[in-house]
Design a protein around this ligand. Sequence first.
Ligand SMILES: Cc1cc2nc3c(=O)[nH]c(=O)nc-3n(C[C@H](O)[C@H](O)[C@H](O)COP(=O)(O)OP(=O)(O)OC[C@H]3O[C@@H](n4cnc5c(N)ncnc54)[C@H](O)[C@@H]3O)c2cc1C
Length: 293
Amino acid sequence: MTTTAAPATAPFRFFDVHVVRSRRLGPSMVRITFAGERLDELASGGRDQRFKLFLPQPHQDRPVFEDTGEGWYAAWRVQDPAERPVMRSYTIREQRPHTGEFDVDFALHGAGPDASVTAGGPASRWAAGARPGDRLTVLAPVVQDNGGVDFRPPAGTDWILLTGDETALPAIAGILSWLSPGTRAKVWLEIGHEDDRQPLPSFADTDITWLVRDHAGGEPVLDALRAAELPEGTPYAWVAGEAGTVKAVRRHLVRERGIGRRAVKFTGYWRRGATEEDLIAELTAGTAPSDED
Ligand SMILES: Cc1cc2nc3c(=O)[nH]c(=O)nc-3n(C[C@H](O)[C@H](O)[C@H](O)COP(=O)(O)OP(=O)(O)OC[C@H]3O[C@@H](n4cnc5c(N)ncnc54)[C@H](O)[C@@H]3O)c2cc1C
């Protein structure tokens, strides 16, 4: 996982934000639009721009948290877990500097079409119930060229390969909207329901395969990739989603397709059975399984 235990502050900064509106995109996704003071200083690098959000505990109306600058992580860690904000990693789906707003698309995991707000984890529960005015804090970039953007195809790349699930859909949408005309991109996206498909505008020459998860099991992305004919030329692959799937896809690309390791950027966005606290605890204790395993 590339969840970082102690994300550096600079060139990121804390912003207090509030919900402007929320819109259901499909059975498993909700788009939340945020605004806040000094958001004109937020500078998303686009593509897969990651950031941290800090949620209030259910009994609080805002995150109880002091911006202590570079020392914030140590301060956050020693706070009472029942009182300190819940920290999670998300993607800036779109920033609109002219309106001072940005969007985040949340996967409502554990929630079917009848979305119970008790299923899932704290972040997906919060998103399912978010109302205009709800407050949270984000640690977000203030310069566009920042370390929270991973999608960086090197010169000489002939075509792009993208795979992910709902959690990676915002990043994939951001990447596709960033690609130049004429770029060839092949995309495999795993979703929970047919109605979770969404338009993915791009100037690139895109070939998008939507894979509706078979609740009986299987590995939709891996199975589809194994059966796929890949274009000639030098690829750059970006792979995200559930950590086990990400690892298997990376192995397939490197070992069976002969794609160079450095040409595969892979990130576990979540791991089955583990909360983000569990992943951070592993990183802090140095017991996190290696992505190379
Ligand atoms: C760089 C980065 C960017 C990300 N961007 C986004 C984004 O834009 N949108 C988005 O929705 N997610 C995104 N994620 C994933 C998100 O951070 C995780 O899904 C996170 O675990 C959700 O927090 P939670 O509080 O809802 O669940 P947690 O409390 O962390 O987990 C509770 C339980 O739910 C399981 N779980 C977590 N996520 C899922 C899931 N998607 N499906 C099924 N079970 C799950 C866990 O394994 C655990 O058992 C991103 C992750 C990273 C590292």
